[in-house]
Write a protein that binds this ligand. Structure first.
Ligand code: C5P
Length: 229
């Protein structure tokens, strides 16, 4: 396994979040956590120090990776904020639920004959909040879009202040969840790169290659700047 010249501290989020209505029912997003876990395993094997913050997933924690299990978006944010200051790179691969029920019922809601309305309120956008305070850190996000893939992903790269975004298309016929071969668009500040028919294991390697390259460029610029002052 290839080792990087400069091992980094990498924080990764993975999996869905569960936003409970009561102890039994919750709303969530489709996600198995595969890409986040592949990234954590691959980064650890390359010699990086990895912390994985995972929503509910059946996947086994990668060997040697500090894995913190959470349930909700708010719990995920709390753990991300805890590890963020000591991290140099953050990869947000989690499919965080954008909304949560306004009220949590400690006891299971009884089924009634009448229809029920559930009021949803916004969850914090973890990646957006990191983008606002990232300073010299490298930030990577994902975008799952039903249309205007390039335009929407570029807009997200800017709005969330990211260094790299990995985009792929979703439709009812074409689902990118779990294992298989998928098409991805990698967009950074230099341009874009299309990768078709690749596995999530291969994608994890490609993302880490990019990340390491950005690290070297940033380190080079930092040394250059230091040399000039
Ligand atoms: O805006 P959108 O949800 O499409 O952005 C997706 C990216 O933002 C992913 O990298 C995801 O992990 C992250 N995200 C987050 N917190 C949220 C929603 C999305 O970190 N509440």
């Amino acid at each position: 396994m290839r080792k990087p010249h400069f091992p980094c501290k990498i924080l990764i989020t993975a999996g869905p979040t569960h936003e409970h209505l009561d102890p039994v029912r919750f709303i969530t997003n489709s996600s198995t956590g595969t890409i986040g876990y592949e990234l954590a395993r691959c980064a650890q094997e390359r010699g990086h120090k990895v912390v994985l913050i995972s929503g509910p997933s059946h996947l086994e924690a990668p060997k040697g990776v500090k894995t913190v299990r959470v349930t909700s978006a708010r719990q995920m944010k709390r753990e991300v904020d805890r590890y963020f200051p000591a991290s140099q790179c953050i990869i947000c691969a989690a499919a965080v639920s954008d909304f949560r029920p306004a009220r949590f019922h400690a006891k299971k809601n009884k089924k009634t004959e009448a229809d029920t309305v559930v009021r949803l309120i916004k969850n914090p956008d973890i990646l957006l909040s990191l983008g606002r305070k990232k300073k010299g850190r490298i930030l990577v996000g994902f975008a799952l879009e039903t249309d205007n893939l390039l335009k929407n992903s570029r807009e997200k790269l800017e709005r969330k202040n990211l260094d790299l975004i990995i985009a792929n298309k979703i439709s009812l016929q074409d689902s990118p969840f779990g294992r298989g071969r998928f098409n991805y668009l990698l967009i950074d500040r230099q341009g874009r790169d299309e990768r078709n028919g690749i596995t999530k294991t291969a994608l994890a390697g490609i993302i880490l290659d990019r990340l390491e390259k950005i690290c070297y460029v940033m380190l080079y610029l930092y040394i250059l700047k230091g040399g000039m002052t």
